[in-house]
Design a protein. Sequence first.
Length: 188
Amino acid sequence: MTTPAPQTPDEPTTPAAAAEPTAADAARAPSTSGAPVALPAEGVSAPDPADVVAEAVSAVFRRALRDTLLLLGGLLVLGVGLGALLAGTAGVWGALMGVAIALVFSGTTIVAMARTARSTPTTTAAVVLGSWLVKIVLLGIVLAVLRNYEFYDRIVFAAVLLLGVIGSALLDYRAVDRGRIPYVTPKS
């Protein structure tokens, strides 16, 4: 049996009132991790758990898009520089087109996922699958048209495109892996 802590003059003196914890007591009470538990202020409701999860998911997609844009920006500078050194103007065109196609191919998936973050999984899957099918058809058309032209270096184009798409996929994986998305959504 524990002994109650001594009371200060501003604490209630009745045993029933002293035993009930107040919101201030709960806010100072340690959680199981030892950190204080943050409770909403009186009259303020806790955020909706669905909004918390949706915001966490949106943060993952923002990070993936930012990282992909940084990768493709760096790849643009490096690809244009190396393309110019290795193949002249044709190498520059190959690098520019490779980065552009990688941006469209990778960026549209991230944007589609971010735009449907608050939707049902079925809606998200339908949008992502639909955008993927459109991208594949457009990629086939673009590659078929480009096959007839010689103004770009095909090796620089293929290298930059592959590095952009594979690098973007790895960055997407990293963003999801490091994302702080709750596994369980508590009921409100």
